[in-house]
Design a protein around this ligand. Structure first.
Ligand code: BEZ
Length: 211
């Protein structure tokens, strides 16, 4: 099944390293990041999981729950996690879904047979508190992801969910933002009484509103 932006994130029940979860219930009111790994005991994945464990406080701060997945079993994940803690310096502090029957991988189209017909690709899904999919990214198995970029996008998603603004190229939290193109100047005067700079009629810039 292809999961696209704006779709409701498919719900599922699965075994994880922190017990069985029903995905939507587990998410509750939080944002979520669901990310897949090709296979347990692989080097790039080991570094990714260690890094996500290290920056988990950054996800917590943003009210985001993180959950990993690979096509191996929970037993296997548990054994692998001790290597991750040992080599990456931070124990894995979020659940990992065991998906040996590929139920969740298939639901989220995480196996791309022309890349590899048994391993999951490196998928990332960011899910909003409304359970809608806000971001999808797919990386090849050989390229580790940039989880600082995932945090940056979450900052933009959370800001743009609250204000009628968009964020420009390479924006990071605190930088100037852009008034959304659907917002008329008349509406903008009400929304942003502090004013903005008009570079072109379609390019109106203002300091980032408070989050
Ligand atoms: C890795 O995580 O290192 C990896 C997994 C599958 C294929 C290539 C690399």
């Amino acid at each position: 099944m292809t999961v696209r932006l704006g779709d409701t994130a498919p719900d599922f029940t699965a075994a994880t390293t922190q017990g069985e979860i029903k995905f939507h219930d587990w998410l509750g009111e939080s944002w979520g990041v669901l990310f897949s790994h090709p296979k347990d005991f692989t080097p790039v994945c080991t570094t990714e999981l260690g890094y996500v464990a290290k920056i988990k406080p950054e996800f917590d701060k943003r009210n985001v729950k993180v959950i990993g997945l690979s096509v191996d079993s929970v037993d296997s994940h548990e054994k692998w996690e001790s290597d991750i803690g040992e080599t990456q310096g931070t124990p894995v502090n979020f659940p990992m879904i065991g998906d040996p029957d590929r139920k969740v991988s298939d639901l989220y189209d995480m196996i791309h047979p022309n890349a590899n017909d048994t391993l999951t690709v490196r998928s990332v899904f960011v899910i909003g508190p409304d359970k809608k999919v806000k971001l999808t990214i797919t990386y090849p198995a050989s390229t580790g992801r940039n989880f600082d970029e995932i945090l940056r996008v979450i900052d933009s998603l959370q800001l743009t969910a609250k204000y009628k603004v968009a964020t420009p190229v390479n924006w990071t939290d605190g930088d100037d933002v852009i008034i959304g193109s659907a917002v008329t100047n008349e509406e903008a005067e009400k929304l942003f009484p502090q004013g903005w700079k008009t570079i072109k009629p379609y390019l109106r810039v203002l300091p980032q509103p408070k989050k």
